[in-house]
Every structure is written in C-alpha cells, then in structure tokens.
Design a protein around this ligand. Structure first.
Ligand code: SF4
Ligand SMILES: [Zn+2]
Length: 133
C-alpha cells in the first residue's frame, strides 16, 4: 500500500500535512476511505483526485520495506528464542538463567515464572532485548 500512498497522510479522520481531511475529497459516502488516494491500495477501485498528492520516492519505499523486513525477522528470532527458553524450563519452578543474546551476542538474563510461565528477559546491551511476556 505504501507504494501508492501519499506522503502527507496522517490518519483517516484528521487533517493531513496539507490541511485536508481525507473524507472531504469525497461526498463522505460509505466506503469513502477506499476512494481517496491518501493510503494507496485497493487496486481496481476508482480514486478521486487530490491536487496536493505526493507519493514516496522509490528510495524511500525501498528503505521502509527494508525496515519492515528487518523488524519482522527480528520478531521471528525473538519469538523462537522465547520458545527455546520455555522449552528449556518446562516443568521447572521459578527459573533464573543467563544465556547469549540472540541479537547481539552479549549476556542476557532471564526469569521464567513457575506460577504463570511468564518470561522476563533483559540483555546487558542498551536498546536490545528487554521484555516481559
Ligand atoms: S492525497 Fe491529498 S488529502 Fe490525501 S494525504 Fe495527500 S494531500 Fe492529504
Ligand atoms: Zn542483546
């Protein structure tokens, strides 16, 4: 969708960076969101025009897509890491442990609650893994 979206869009119910409320481009009929050019997408549905529309450059789109891919790969690694800890601590009471951080390779401490199996994990590197789940 981002490939055809407008760079000024901020939300469907608020003014965009050009001071236009997207809905005002149409008569406000049902399904108006699919007819405005602001968010791209919905191939095959005729869009109304907007003289202020400006899309993203190919470089910007490539960068955004690379960030989304990187973030999704990170989430996958972390999710596998969590499953690994759960498996390792299966059937045990409260577990306090340490391991190598799957993201940066430094020390990561974790705790698995024997009560509700919640996992807390914190890497010694700032801005790295730090969550409670
Ligand atoms: S297409 Fe027009 S109304 Fe929609 S976000 Fe862009 S400038 Fe605003
Ligand atoms: Zn780390």
């Amino acid at each position: 969708m981002i490939r055809k979206a407008c760079r000024y869009f901020k939300g469907s119910l608020i003014s965009c960076e050009k001071g236009i409320v997207p809905k005002s481009l149409t008569n406000g009929e049902v399904g108006w969101m699919k007819k405005v050019p602001c968010v791209g997408g919905d191939e095959g549905i005729e869009k109304v025009g907007c003289s202020q529309f400006q899309g993203f450059t190919k470089e910007e789109i490539d960068k955004m897509e690379a960030e989304v891919k990187k973030s999704s790969e990170r989430m996958k690694r972390i999710s596998q890491f969590i499953e690994g800890i759960r498996e390792k601590c299966k059937g045990k009471e409260d577990v306090l442990g340490e391991c190598v951080c799957p993201e940066c390779g430094k020390k990561l401490k974790y705790r698995v609650s024997g009560y509700n199996r919640h996992i807390w994990a914190c890497c010694e590197t700032d801005d790295c893994i730090n969550f409670m789940e």
